[in-house]
Design a protein around this ligand. Structure first.
Ligand SMILES: Cc1cc2nc3c(=O)[nH]c(=O)nc-3n(C[C@H](O)[C@H](O)[C@H](O)COP(=O)(O)OP(=O)(O)OC[C@H]3O[C@@H](n4cnc5c(N)ncnc54)[C@H](O)[C@@H]3O)c2cc1C
Length: 591
Protein backbone atom coordinates (compact mmCIF):
# COMPACT_ATOMS: atom_id res chain seq x y z
CA UNK A 1 0.00 0.00 0.00
CA UNK A 2 1.41 3.37 -1.08
CA UNK A 3 2.10 6.28 1.26
CA UNK A 4 1.27 9.80 0.15
CA UNK A 5 2.64 12.47 2.47
CA UNK A 6 -0.31 14.61 3.63
CA UNK A 7 1.47 17.81 2.62
CA UNK A 8 -1.61 20.04 2.77
CA UNK A 9 -2.44 18.95 6.32
CA UNK A 10 1.16 19.21 7.49
CA UNK A 11 1.60 22.65 5.98
CA UNK A 12 -1.72 23.85 7.40
CA UNK A 13 -0.84 22.56 10.87
CA UNK A 14 2.52 24.37 10.78
CA UNK A 15 0.97 27.60 9.47
CA UNK A 16 -2.13 27.76 11.63
CA UNK A 17 -1.66 25.34 14.56
CA UNK A 18 1.78 26.66 15.55
CA UNK A 19 3.58 30.00 15.63
CA UNK A 20 6.18 28.95 13.04
CA UNK A 21 5.12 31.74 10.62
CA UNK A 22 5.82 34.44 13.23
CA UNK A 23 9.14 32.74 14.11
CA UNK A 24 10.13 33.01 10.44
CA UNK A 25 8.76 36.54 10.07
CA UNK A 26 10.89 37.58 13.04
CA UNK A 27 13.90 36.45 11.01
CA UNK A 28 15.03 33.76 13.46
CA UNK A 29 15.95 31.60 10.46
CA UNK A 30 17.31 34.30 8.16
CA UNK A 31 15.15 34.76 5.09
CA UNK A 32 13.56 31.30 5.25
CA UNK A 33 9.87 31.58 4.33
CA UNK A 34 6.87 29.31 4.81
CA UNK A 35 6.93 28.72 1.05
CA UNK A 36 10.51 27.45 1.37
CA UNK A 37 9.41 25.21 4.23
CA UNK A 38 6.62 23.74 2.13
CA UNK A 39 9.01 23.14 -0.77
CA UNK A 40 11.31 21.14 1.55
CA UNK A 41 8.35 19.12 2.83
CA UNK A 42 7.20 18.36 -0.72
CA UNK A 43 10.63 16.97 -1.60
CA UNK A 44 10.76 14.92 1.62
CA UNK A 45 7.27 13.60 0.89
CA UNK A 46 8.35 12.49 -2.56
CA UNK A 47 11.40 10.67 -1.16
CA UNK A 48 9.42 9.04 1.65
CA UNK A 49 6.67 7.84 -0.69
CA UNK A 50 8.82 6.74 -3.62
CA UNK A 51 12.01 5.42 -2.03
CA UNK A 52 11.35 4.39 1.59
CA UNK A 53 7.71 3.28 1.64
CA UNK A 54 8.14 0.47 -0.94
CA UNK A 55 10.74 -1.15 1.37
CA UNK A 56 8.45 -1.27 4.40
CA UNK A 57 6.81 -4.64 3.68
CA UNK A 58 9.94 -6.38 2.38
CA UNK A 59 11.87 -5.26 5.49
CA UNK A 60 9.08 -6.61 7.72
CA UNK A 61 9.38 -10.03 6.08
CA UNK A 62 13.19 -10.08 5.77
CA UNK A 63 13.96 -8.93 9.33
CA UNK A 64 17.59 -8.41 10.29
CA UNK A 65 19.40 -11.75 9.96
CA UNK A 66 22.40 -12.01 12.31
CA UNK A 67 25.46 -14.19 11.69
CA UNK A 68 29.07 -13.99 12.91
CA UNK A 69 28.41 -10.74 14.72
CA UNK A 70 27.05 -9.01 11.61
CA UNK A 71 23.53 -7.82 10.74
CA UNK A 72 22.18 -7.86 7.19
CA UNK A 73 19.46 -5.39 6.29
CA UNK A 74 16.88 -6.07 3.60
CA UNK A 75 18.08 -5.65 -0.02
CA UNK A 76 17.59 -2.04 -1.06
CA UNK A 77 17.76 -0.62 2.50
CA UNK A 78 21.45 0.33 2.20
CA UNK A 79 20.93 2.11 -1.13
CA UNK A 80 17.86 3.92 0.21
CA UNK A 81 19.81 5.03 3.28
CA UNK A 82 22.69 6.30 1.15
CA UNK A 83 20.34 8.27 -1.11
CA UNK A 84 18.56 9.62 1.96
CA UNK A 85 21.70 10.87 3.65
CA UNK A 86 23.15 12.23 0.40
CA UNK A 87 19.93 14.23 0.12
CA UNK A 88 21.02 16.02 3.31
CA UNK A 89 18.03 14.79 5.32
CA UNK A 90 20.02 13.58 8.32
CA UNK A 91 21.43 17.04 9.04
CA UNK A 92 18.26 18.99 8.26
CA UNK A 93 18.12 20.83 11.59
CA UNK A 94 21.75 20.22 12.62
CA UNK A 95 24.18 23.13 13.03
CA UNK A 96 25.59 24.46 9.74
CA UNK A 97 29.17 24.64 11.08
CA UNK A 98 29.14 20.83 11.22
CA UNK A 99 27.60 20.28 7.82
CA UNK A 100 23.94 20.57 8.75
CA UNK A 101 21.28 22.75 7.13
CA UNK A 102 20.20 24.54 10.33
CA UNK A 103 16.54 24.45 9.33
CA UNK A 104 13.86 24.67 12.04
CA UNK A 105 13.20 21.65 14.28
CA UNK A 106 9.59 22.07 13.16
CA UNK A 107 10.58 21.28 9.57
CA UNK A 108 12.60 18.31 10.73
CA UNK A 109 9.61 17.19 12.82
CA UNK A 110 7.36 17.10 9.76
CA UNK A 111 10.06 15.19 7.86
CA UNK A 112 10.53 12.78 10.78
CA UNK A 113 6.81 12.06 10.60
CA UNK A 114 7.18 11.24 6.90
CA UNK A 115 10.24 8.95 7.21
CA UNK A 116 8.45 6.99 9.94
CA UNK A 117 5.14 6.87 8.12
CA UNK A 118 6.99 5.44 5.15
CA UNK A 119 8.74 2.91 7.39
CA UNK A 120 9.12 3.10 11.16
CA UNK A 121 11.96 0.57 11.05
CA UNK A 122 13.85 2.84 8.65
CA UNK A 123 13.07 6.11 10.44
CA UNK A 124 14.13 4.83 13.84
CA UNK A 125 17.86 4.66 13.07
CA UNK A 126 18.28 8.29 11.97
CA UNK A 127 16.04 9.40 14.83
CA UNK A 128 18.68 8.15 17.28
CA UNK A 129 21.59 9.54 15.25
CA UNK A 130 19.94 12.98 15.34
CA UNK A 131 19.52 12.72 19.10
CA UNK A 132 23.19 11.73 19.43
CA UNK A 133 24.20 14.78 17.37
CA UNK A 134 22.32 17.02 19.83
CA UNK A 135 24.08 15.49 22.84
CA UNK A 136 27.54 15.69 21.29
CA UNK A 137 26.99 19.24 20.07
CA UNK A 138 25.70 20.41 23.47
CA UNK A 139 28.12 18.57 25.76
CA UNK A 140 31.08 17.16 23.78
CA UNK A 141 34.64 18.52 23.86
CA UNK A 142 35.98 20.32 20.78
CA UNK A 143 38.24 17.33 20.08
CA UNK A 144 35.33 14.90 20.08
CA UNK A 145 33.21 17.22 17.97
CA UNK A 146 35.96 17.61 15.38
CA UNK A 147 36.45 13.84 15.18
CA UNK A 148 32.83 12.69 15.06
CA UNK A 149 30.22 15.40 14.65
CA UNK A 150 30.38 16.05 10.92
CA UNK A 151 30.25 12.34 10.06
CA UNK A 152 27.18 11.96 12.27
CA UNK A 153 25.53 15.06 10.82
CA UNK A 154 26.02 13.84 7.25
CA UNK A 155 24.82 10.37 8.28
CA UNK A 156 28.06 8.80 7.03
CA UNK A 157 28.20 7.22 10.49
CA UNK A 158 25.18 6.45 12.67
CA UNK A 159 24.73 6.86 16.43
CA UNK A 160 23.20 4.60 19.07
CA UNK A 161 21.79 5.39 22.48
CA UNK A 162 22.72 2.84 25.14
CA UNK A 163 20.98 2.99 28.49
CA UNK A 164 19.09 -0.25 28.96
CA UNK A 165 20.49 -3.30 30.81
CA UNK A 166 18.58 -6.38 31.98
CA UNK A 167 18.01 -4.94 35.48
CA UNK A 168 17.94 -1.27 34.41
CA UNK A 169 14.99 -0.25 32.21
CA UNK A 170 12.82 2.60 33.47
CA UNK A 171 15.13 2.71 36.49
CA UNK A 172 18.28 3.81 34.67
CA UNK A 173 19.99 4.54 38.00
CA UNK A 174 20.51 0.79 38.56
CA UNK A 175 22.74 0.31 35.54
CA UNK A 176 25.98 -1.58 36.13
CA UNK A 177 28.16 -1.09 33.04
CA UNK A 178 31.54 0.10 34.24
CA UNK A 179 34.03 2.69 33.06
CA UNK A 180 37.64 2.71 34.31
CA UNK A 181 39.94 5.68 33.80
CA UNK A 182 42.70 4.48 31.44
CA UNK A 183 45.24 7.12 32.49
CA UNK A 184 45.51 8.64 29.01
CA UNK A 185 42.29 10.64 29.23
CA UNK A 186 40.20 7.84 27.75
CA UNK A 187 38.17 5.18 29.60
CA UNK A 188 37.69 1.41 29.33
CA UNK A 189 34.06 0.34 29.19
CA UNK A 190 32.83 -3.12 30.23
CA UNK A 191 29.31 -4.49 30.56
CA UNK A 192 26.23 -5.55 28.67
CA UNK A 193 23.43 -3.49 27.15
CA UNK A 194 20.16 -4.89 25.81
CA UNK A 195 17.56 -3.70 23.29
CA UNK A 196 20.01 -1.42 21.47
CA UNK A 197 18.48 -0.04 18.30
CA UNK A 198 20.80 -0.24 15.26
CA UNK A 199 23.59 -1.38 17.62
CA UNK A 200 24.95 -3.30 14.62
CA UNK A 201 24.07 -2.95 10.92
CA UNK A 202 25.53 -2.86 7.42
CA UNK A 203 24.49 0.67 6.40
CA UNK A 204 27.62 2.63 7.33
CA UNK A 205 31.34 2.02 7.82
CA UNK A 206 31.30 3.10 11.47
CA UNK A 207 28.78 3.17 14.34
CA UNK A 208 29.20 5.61 17.22
CA UNK A 209 27.76 4.33 20.49
CA UNK A 210 26.62 6.75 23.20
CA UNK A 211 26.89 4.63 26.34
CA UNK A 212 25.94 5.23 29.96
CA UNK A 213 28.31 3.65 32.48
CA UNK A 214 29.44 4.04 36.06
CA UNK A 215 32.92 4.96 37.34
CA UNK A 216 34.31 2.85 40.24
CA UNK A 217 34.05 5.75 42.72
CA UNK A 218 30.69 7.02 41.42
CA UNK A 219 27.86 7.75 43.86
CA UNK A 220 24.89 5.35 43.61
CA UNK A 221 21.83 6.01 41.44
CA UNK A 222 21.47 8.49 38.61
CA UNK A 223 23.98 10.91 40.19
CA UNK A 224 26.76 8.40 39.49
CA UNK A 225 26.27 7.86 35.77
CA UNK A 226 28.59 9.17 33.04
CA UNK A 227 28.13 9.31 29.27
CA UNK A 228 30.79 7.91 26.93
CA UNK A 229 31.29 7.96 23.21
CA UNK A 230 32.43 4.50 22.11
CA UNK A 231 33.13 4.07 18.38
CA UNK A 232 32.75 0.64 16.78
CA UNK A 233 36.01 1.35 14.93
CA UNK A 234 38.62 3.56 16.61
CA UNK A 235 39.81 6.37 14.39
CA UNK A 236 43.18 6.47 12.63
CA UNK A 237 45.20 9.70 12.81
CA UNK A 238 43.60 10.83 9.54
CA UNK A 239 40.14 10.45 11.11
CA UNK A 240 39.06 7.39 9.14
CA UNK A 241 37.89 4.17 10.83
CA UNK A 242 40.80 1.93 11.90
CA UNK A 243 41.16 -0.76 14.55
CA UNK A 244 38.03 -2.57 15.78
CA UNK A 245 37.05 -1.45 19.32
CA UNK A 246 36.19 -3.96 22.04
CA UNK A 247 32.41 -3.79 21.52
CA UNK A 248 30.19 -6.20 19.59
CA UNK A 249 26.63 -7.25 19.05
CA UNK A 250 26.00 -10.61 20.70
CA UNK A 251 22.46 -11.23 19.46
CA UNK A 252 19.52 -9.64 17.72
CA UNK A 253 16.06 -9.76 19.32
CA UNK A 254 12.96 -11.29 17.66
CA UNK A 255 10.16 -8.78 18.05
CA UNK A 256 6.45 -8.06 17.56
CA UNK A 257 7.11 -5.30 15.04
CA UNK A 258 9.66 -2.98 13.37
CA UNK A 259 11.31 -6.13 12.02
CA UNK A 260 13.57 -4.10 9.74
CA UNK A 261 15.23 -2.37 12.71
CA UNK A 262 17.99 -4.42 14.37
CA UNK A 263 17.53 -4.49 18.17
CA UNK A 264 20.81 -5.74 19.61
CA UNK A 265 22.34 -7.18 22.75
CA UNK A 266 25.69 -5.39 23.02
CA UNK A 267 28.77 -6.61 24.86
CA UNK A 268 31.58 -4.29 25.89
CA UNK A 269 34.95 -5.52 27.10
CA UNK A 270 35.65 -9.08 25.86
CA UNK A 271 39.28 -8.00 25.50
CA UNK A 272 39.70 -5.84 28.60
CA UNK A 273 37.42 -2.94 27.83
CA UNK A 274 36.15 -0.86 24.94
CA UNK A 275 37.91 2.47 24.53
CA UNK A 276 35.47 5.25 25.39
CA UNK A 277 35.64 9.03 25.59
CA UNK A 278 33.81 11.05 28.21
CA UNK A 279 31.04 13.41 27.06
CA UNK A 280 30.49 16.29 29.49
CA UNK A 281 31.60 15.84 33.11
CA UNK A 282 32.11 12.63 35.06
CA UNK A 283 28.88 11.63 36.87
CA UNK A 284 26.86 14.15 34.85
CA UNK A 285 25.84 11.64 32.18
CA UNK A 286 22.11 11.82 32.88
CA UNK A 287 22.15 15.55 32.19
CA UNK A 288 23.77 14.90 28.78
CA UNK A 289 21.52 11.93 28.10
CA UNK A 290 18.44 14.07 28.78
CA UNK A 291 19.45 16.33 25.88
CA UNK A 292 19.41 13.22 23.73
CA UNK A 293 16.24 11.75 25.21
CA UNK A 294 14.15 14.91 24.96
CA UNK A 295 14.88 15.18 21.29
CA UNK A 296 14.22 11.47 20.82
CA UNK A 297 10.96 11.61 22.81
CA UNK A 298 9.45 14.17 20.48
CA UNK A 299 10.66 12.14 17.51
CA UNK A 300 9.05 8.98 18.91
CA UNK A 301 5.80 10.96 19.29
CA UNK A 302 6.14 11.73 15.59
CA UNK A 303 6.50 8.01 14.91
CA UNK A 304 3.06 7.67 16.48
CA UNK A 305 1.70 10.39 14.18
CA UNK A 306 3.39 8.84 11.14
CA UNK A 307 2.10 5.33 11.71
CA UNK A 308 -1.39 6.69 12.47
CA UNK A 309 -1.37 8.63 9.20
CA UNK A 310 -0.22 5.58 7.25
CA UNK A 311 -2.88 3.37 8.83
CA UNK A 312 -5.55 5.99 8.14
CA UNK A 313 -4.65 6.32 4.47
CA UNK A 314 -4.80 2.56 4.05
CA UNK A 315 -8.11 2.19 5.90
CA UNK A 316 -9.73 4.98 3.90
CA UNK A 317 -8.68 3.42 0.61
CA UNK A 318 -9.99 0.01 1.71
CA UNK A 319 -13.28 1.45 2.98
CA UNK A 320 -13.92 3.13 -0.37
CA UNK A 321 -13.39 -0.18 -2.24
CA UNK A 322 -14.89 -2.84 0.02
CA UNK A 323 -18.61 -3.41 -0.51
CA UNK A 324 -20.84 -4.93 2.16
CA UNK A 325 -24.50 -4.48 3.07
CA UNK A 326 -26.65 -1.51 2.23
CA UNK A 327 -26.88 1.97 3.62
CA UNK A 328 -30.27 3.25 4.77
CA UNK A 329 -32.63 3.66 1.80
CA UNK A 330 -30.42 1.82 -0.70
CA UNK A 331 -32.15 -0.56 -3.16
CA UNK A 332 -31.94 -4.26 -2.21
CA UNK A 333 -30.10 -5.04 -5.46
CA UNK A 334 -27.11 -2.88 -4.57
CA UNK A 335 -24.39 -3.06 -1.95
CA UNK A 336 -22.60 -0.13 -0.37
CA UNK A 337 -18.94 0.69 0.02
CA UNK A 338 -18.37 0.26 3.77
CA UNK A 339 -17.31 3.92 4.09
CA UNK A 340 -21.04 4.68 3.79
CA UNK A 341 -21.91 2.92 7.04
CA UNK A 342 -22.04 5.37 9.95
CA UNK A 343 -20.04 3.05 12.22
CA UNK A 344 -17.20 2.75 9.68
CA UNK A 345 -17.37 6.48 9.08
CA UNK A 346 -16.97 7.00 12.81
CA UNK A 347 -13.89 4.78 12.85
CA UNK A 348 -12.33 6.65 9.93
CA UNK A 349 -13.11 10.04 11.45
CA UNK A 350 -11.61 8.89 14.76
CA UNK A 351 -8.47 7.88 12.92
CA UNK A 352 -8.10 11.10 10.99
CA UNK A 353 -9.06 13.47 13.82
CA UNK A 354 -6.80 11.83 16.40
CA UNK A 355 -3.89 11.74 13.95
CA UNK A 356 -4.25 15.45 13.26
CA UNK A 357 -4.54 16.34 16.95
CA UNK A 358 -1.37 14.42 17.74
CA UNK A 359 0.40 15.99 14.76
CA UNK A 360 -0.30 19.56 15.76
CA UNK A 361 0.75 18.90 19.38
CA UNK A 362 4.08 17.48 18.17
CA UNK A 363 4.67 20.34 15.75
CA UNK A 364 3.86 22.90 18.46
CA UNK A 365 6.48 21.22 20.66
CA UNK A 366 9.05 21.42 17.87
CA UNK A 367 8.37 25.12 17.31
CA UNK A 368 8.89 25.70 21.05
CA UNK A 369 12.33 24.07 20.64
CA UNK A 370 13.12 26.46 17.79
CA UNK A 371 12.11 29.47 19.86
CA UNK A 372 14.09 28.16 22.81
CA UNK A 373 17.24 28.10 20.66
CA UNK A 374 16.75 31.17 18.52
CA UNK A 375 14.60 33.79 20.29
CA UNK A 376 16.35 37.12 20.63
CA UNK A 377 15.97 37.69 24.36
CA UNK A 378 16.78 35.47 27.31
CA UNK A 379 13.27 35.58 28.81
CA UNK A 380 11.67 34.43 25.55
CA UNK A 381 14.21 31.62 25.24
CA UNK A 382 13.51 30.50 28.79
CA UNK A 383 9.73 30.58 28.30
CA UNK A 384 10.00 28.59 25.07
CA UNK A 385 12.30 26.06 26.69
CA UNK A 386 9.78 25.65 29.50
CA UNK A 387 6.97 25.23 26.95
CA UNK A 388 8.93 22.52 25.12
CA UNK A 389 9.64 20.77 28.44
CA UNK A 390 5.95 20.84 29.36
CA UNK A 391 4.74 19.53 26.01
CA UNK A 392 7.40 16.88 25.31
CA UNK A 393 5.91 14.11 27.50
CA UNK A 394 2.45 14.86 26.08
CA UNK A 395 3.75 14.82 22.51
CA UNK A 396 5.48 11.50 23.16
CA UNK A 397 2.82 9.62 25.10
CA UNK A 398 -0.42 11.00 23.66
CA UNK A 399 0.80 10.60 20.08
CA UNK A 400 2.15 7.09 20.50
CA UNK A 401 -1.01 5.91 22.29
CA UNK A 402 -2.93 7.35 19.37
CA UNK A 403 -0.58 5.55 16.98
CA UNK A 404 -1.61 2.24 18.55
CA UNK A 405 -5.33 3.10 18.74
CA UNK A 406 -5.49 4.36 15.18
CA UNK A 407 -3.53 1.39 13.82
CA UNK A 408 -5.91 -0.90 15.72
CA UNK A 409 -8.90 0.85 14.17
CA UNK A 410 -7.15 0.41 10.82
CA UNK A 411 -7.21 -3.36 11.36
CA UNK A 412 -10.89 -3.14 12.36
CA UNK A 413 -11.88 -1.22 9.23
CA UNK A 414 -10.36 -4.06 7.18
CA UNK A 415 -12.43 -6.69 9.02
CA UNK A 416 -10.89 -10.18 8.73
CA UNK A 417 -8.49 -8.95 6.07
CA UNK A 418 -6.98 -6.68 8.71
CA UNK A 419 -5.80 -9.74 10.60
CA UNK A 420 -4.21 -11.22 7.48
CA UNK A 421 -0.68 -9.98 6.87
CA UNK A 422 -1.06 -9.34 3.11
CA UNK A 423 -3.00 -6.10 3.55
CA UNK A 424 -0.26 -4.44 5.65
CA UNK A 425 -2.79 -3.14 8.21
CA UNK A 426 -1.53 -5.71 10.70
CA UNK A 427 2.06 -4.56 10.24
CA UNK A 428 1.16 -0.97 11.15
CA UNK A 429 -0.47 -2.26 14.33
CA UNK A 430 2.56 -4.39 15.22
CA UNK A 431 4.99 -1.59 14.39
CA UNK A 432 3.06 1.06 16.31
CA UNK A 433 3.11 -0.88 19.58
CA UNK A 434 6.75 -0.26 20.54
CA UNK A 435 6.49 3.53 20.45
CA UNK A 436 4.47 3.59 23.70
CA UNK A 437 7.24 1.60 25.36
CA UNK A 438 10.66 2.89 24.33
CA UNK A 439 12.21 6.30 25.08
CA UNK A 440 10.61 6.11 28.51
CA UNK A 441 7.32 4.22 28.70
CA UNK A 442 4.15 6.26 28.45
CA UNK A 443 3.59 5.65 32.16
CA UNK A 444 6.93 7.30 32.86
CA UNK A 445 5.95 10.22 30.59
CA UNK A 446 2.81 10.78 32.66
CA UNK A 447 4.88 10.81 35.84
CA UNK A 448 7.36 13.23 34.25
CA UNK A 449 4.51 15.54 33.25
CA UNK A 450 2.88 15.54 36.67
CA UNK A 451 5.89 15.53 38.98
CA UNK A 452 8.45 17.59 37.02
CA UNK A 453 6.67 19.66 34.41
CA UNK A 454 3.54 20.92 36.17
CA UNK A 455 5.58 22.39 39.06
CA UNK A 456 7.83 24.36 36.64
CA UNK A 457 8.00 27.96 37.84
CA UNK A 458 5.43 27.19 40.57
CA UNK A 459 2.79 26.15 38.06
CA UNK A 460 3.14 29.33 35.98
CA UNK A 461 4.38 27.45 32.88
CA UNK A 462 1.31 25.24 32.62
CA UNK A 463 -0.98 28.14 33.53
CA UNK A 464 0.38 30.23 30.62
CA UNK A 465 -0.43 27.34 28.29
CA UNK A 466 -3.93 26.92 29.77
CA UNK A 467 -4.58 30.64 29.27
CA UNK A 468 -3.74 30.22 25.57
CA UNK A 469 -6.21 27.34 25.31
CA UNK A 470 -8.89 29.51 26.93
CA UNK A 471 -8.30 32.21 24.33
CA UNK A 472 -8.84 29.66 21.55
CA UNK A 473 -12.10 28.58 23.20
CA UNK A 474 -13.25 32.21 23.39
CA UNK A 475 -12.51 32.64 19.69
CA UNK A 476 -14.48 29.48 18.85
CA UNK A 477 -17.44 30.66 20.90
CA UNK A 478 -17.28 34.09 19.28
CA UNK A 479 -17.78 32.68 15.76
CA UNK A 480 -21.29 31.35 16.46
CA UNK A 481 -20.95 29.21 13.35
CA UNK A 482 -23.55 26.41 13.47
CA UNK A 483 -21.19 24.12 11.52
CA UNK A 484 -19.02 23.95 14.65
CA UNK A 485 -21.87 22.26 16.56
CA UNK A 486 -20.93 21.73 20.22
CA UNK A 487 -17.22 22.44 19.64
CA UNK A 488 -17.04 25.60 21.79
CA UNK A 489 -19.03 24.11 24.66
CA UNK A 490 -17.10 20.85 24.70
CA UNK A 491 -13.73 22.59 24.54
CA UNK A 492 -14.72 25.03 27.27
CA UNK A 493 -15.64 22.09 29.51
CA UNK A 494 -12.45 20.24 28.58
CA UNK A 495 -10.16 23.16 29.38
CA UNK A 496 -12.05 23.77 32.64
CA UNK A 497 -11.50 20.09 33.56
CA UNK A 498 -7.84 20.35 32.64
CA UNK A 499 -7.44 23.50 34.75
CA UNK A 500 -9.16 22.02 37.81
CA UNK A 501 -7.27 18.74 37.53
CA UNK A 502 -3.94 20.52 37.08
CA UNK A 503 -4.54 22.58 40.22
CA UNK A 504 -5.65 19.49 42.14
CA UNK A 505 -2.48 17.62 41.15
CA UNK A 506 -0.26 20.58 42.04
CA UNK A 507 -1.95 20.74 45.44
CA UNK A 508 -1.51 16.98 46.06
CA UNK A 509 2.02 16.49 44.77
CA UNK A 510 3.57 17.11 48.18
CA UNK A 511 0.74 16.03 50.46
CA UNK A 512 -0.20 12.75 48.78
CA UNK A 513 2.34 11.85 46.16
CA UNK A 514 0.83 8.38 45.55
CA UNK A 515 -2.49 9.92 44.49
CA UNK A 516 -0.68 12.14 42.01
CA UNK A 517 1.25 9.15 40.62
CA UNK A 518 -1.95 7.10 40.32
CA UNK A 519 -3.54 9.86 38.25
CA UNK A 520 -0.55 10.63 36.02
CA UNK A 521 -1.49 8.61 32.91
CA UNK A 522 -5.17 9.64 32.79
CA UNK A 523 -4.06 13.23 33.41
CA UNK A 524 -1.72 13.10 30.41
CA UNK A 525 -4.60 11.83 28.30
CA UNK A 526 -6.84 14.60 29.60
CA UNK A 527 -4.14 17.12 28.68
CA UNK A 528 -3.98 15.65 25.16
CA UNK A 529 -7.71 15.59 24.45
CA UNK A 530 -8.19 19.15 25.74
CA UNK A 531 -5.11 20.70 24.11
CA UNK A 532 -5.40 18.66 20.91
CA UNK A 533 -9.05 19.72 20.56
CA UNK A 534 -8.19 23.39 20.99
CA UNK A 535 -5.34 23.28 18.46
CA UNK A 536 -7.60 21.58 15.90
CA UNK A 537 -10.27 24.22 16.54
CA UNK A 538 -7.67 26.94 16.02
CA UNK A 539 -6.94 25.46 12.60
CA UNK A 540 -10.66 25.28 11.82
CA UNK A 541 -11.02 28.98 12.66
CA UNK A 542 -8.11 29.80 10.35
CA UNK A 543 -9.71 27.74 7.59
CA UNK A 544 -12.98 29.66 8.09
CA UNK A 545 -11.17 32.98 7.96
CA UNK A 546 -9.26 32.07 4.83
CA UNK A 547 -12.09 30.10 3.25
CA UNK A 548 -9.53 27.34 2.68
CA UNK A 549 -10.81 23.78 2.91
CA UNK A 550 -13.01 25.07 5.74
CA UNK A 551 -15.73 22.40 5.58
CA UNK A 552 -13.34 19.51 6.17
CA UNK A 553 -11.28 21.24 8.88
CA UNK A 554 -14.40 22.34 10.74
CA UNK A 555 -15.90 18.85 10.51
CA UNK A 556 -12.74 17.29 11.90
CA UNK A 557 -12.30 19.81 14.73
CA UNK A 558 -15.96 19.38 15.64
CA UNK A 559 -15.71 15.61 15.58
CA UNK A 560 -12.67 15.66 17.85
CA UNK A 561 -14.25 18.09 20.34
CA UNK A 562 -17.57 16.23 20.45
CA UNK A 563 -16.06 12.75 20.65
CA UNK A 564 -12.64 13.07 22.32
CA UNK A 565 -12.38 16.41 24.17
CA UNK A 566 -15.68 15.44 25.76
CA UNK A 567 -13.79 12.65 27.58
CA UNK A 568 -11.94 15.28 29.60
CA UNK A 569 -14.55 15.52 32.34
CA UNK A 570 -14.60 11.73 32.82
CA UNK A 571 -10.80 11.74 33.00
CA UNK A 572 -11.00 14.49 35.62
CA UNK A 573 -13.12 12.13 37.75
CA UNK A 574 -10.62 9.33 37.13
CA UNK A 575 -7.72 11.46 38.37
CA UNK A 576 -9.36 13.31 41.24
CA UNK A 577 -11.76 10.67 42.56
CA UNK A 578 -10.32 7.43 41.23
CA UNK A 579 -6.88 7.69 42.85
CA UNK A 580 -7.84 6.45 46.34
CA UNK A 581 -9.55 3.43 44.74
CA UNK A 582 -6.30 2.55 42.97
CA UNK A 583 -4.25 2.88 46.14
CA UNK A 584 -6.75 0.81 48.13
CA UNK A 585 -7.25 -1.92 45.54
CA UNK A 586 -4.37 -4.27 46.41
CA UNK A 587 -6.89 -6.95 47.38
CA UNK A 588 -8.07 -7.15 43.78
CA UNK A 589 -4.56 -8.15 42.69
CA UNK A 590 -3.71 -10.70 45.37
CA UNK A 591 -5.38 -13.78 43.93
C1 LIG B 1 12.46 -2.55 20.07
C2 LIG B 1 13.11 -1.85 21.22
C3 LIG B 1 14.09 -0.91 20.97
C4 LIG B 1 14.75 -0.28 22.03
N1 LIG B 1 15.79 0.57 21.79
C5 LIG B 1 16.56 1.02 22.82
C6 LIG B 1 17.78 1.73 22.59
O1 LIG B 1 18.15 2.00 21.45
N2 LIG B 1 18.52 2.09 23.68
C7 LIG B 1 18.15 1.81 24.96
O2 LIG B 1 18.88 2.16 25.89
N3 LIG B 1 17.00 1.14 25.21
C8 LIG B 1 16.20 0.73 24.18
N4 LIG B 1 15.04 0.03 24.42
C9 LIG B 1 14.65 -0.22 25.79
C10 LIG B 1 13.43 0.60 26.20
O3 LIG B 1 13.76 1.95 26.30
C11 LIG B 1 12.91 0.01 27.52
O4 LIG B 1 12.32 -1.25 27.18
C12 LIG B 1 11.90 0.90 28.22
O5 LIG B 1 12.53 2.06 28.70
C13 LIG B 1 11.21 0.20 29.40
O6 LIG B 1 12.11 -0.46 30.22
P1 LIG B 1 11.84 -2.00 30.60
O7 LIG B 1 11.64 -2.74 29.32
O8 LIG B 1 12.93 -2.47 31.48
O9 LIG B 1 10.47 -1.99 31.36
P2 LIG B 1 10.28 -1.76 32.93
O10 LIG B 1 11.06 -0.58 33.36
O11 LIG B 1 10.51 -3.05 33.62
O12 LIG B 1 8.75 -1.38 32.99
C14 LIG B 1 7.69 -2.34 33.00
C15 LIG B 1 6.39 -1.60 33.31
O13 LIG B 1 6.47 -1.00 34.60
C16 LIG B 1 6.24 0.39 34.52
N5 LIG B 1 7.12 1.08 35.48
C17 LIG B 1 8.43 0.86 35.68
N6 LIG B 1 8.89 1.71 36.64
C18 LIG B 1 7.86 2.45 37.04
C19 LIG B 1 7.70 3.50 38.00
N7 LIG B 1 8.72 3.97 38.71
N8 LIG B 1 6.48 4.04 38.15
C20 LIG B 1 5.44 3.62 37.41
N9 LIG B 1 5.53 2.64 36.49
C21 LIG B 1 6.72 2.06 36.31
C22 LIG B 1 6.55 0.79 33.09
O14 LIG B 1 5.84 1.95 32.70
C23 LIG B 1 6.10 -0.45 32.32
O15 LIG B 1 4.74 -0.40 32.06
C24 LIG B 1 14.37 -0.57 23.37
C25 LIG B 1 13.35 -1.51 23.60
C26 LIG B 1 12.75 -2.16 22.56
C27 LIG B 1 11.72 -3.21 22.86
Amino acid sequence: MAYHAPLADMGFALRHGTVLPSVLEAGLFGDLSMDDVEAVLAEAGRFAGEVIAPLNRPADRFGTPFADGAVTTVPGWKEAYRAWREGGWNGLSAPSEWGGQALPHAVNAACTEMWNAASMAFGLGPLLTMAAIDALYAHGSETLKRAYLEKLVTGEWTGTMQLTEPQAGSDVGTLRSRAERAGDGSYRITGQKIFITYGEHDLTENIIHFVLARLPDAPPGTRGISLFLVPKFLLKPDGSPGERNDVRAQAVEHKLGIHGSPTCVMVFGDRGGAKGFLIGEENAGMHCMFTMMNRARLAVGLQGVGIAERATQQALAYARERKQGRTVGMPATQSAAIIGHPDVKRMLLSMRAQTQAARVLCYATAVALDRAERSADEAARWAAHARASLLTPVAKAFSTDIGVEVASLGVQVHGGMGFIEETGAAQHYRDARIASIYEGTNGIQGIDLVTRKLPLNDGAVVETFLAELRRIVEAVNATNDPALGWTGVRLEDAVASLTRTTNWLLAHLDTDHNLALAGASPYLRLFGVAAGGCLLAQQALAALRLNADAASRIALARFFAENFSVQASALEHTVVEGGPGVIAADAALTA
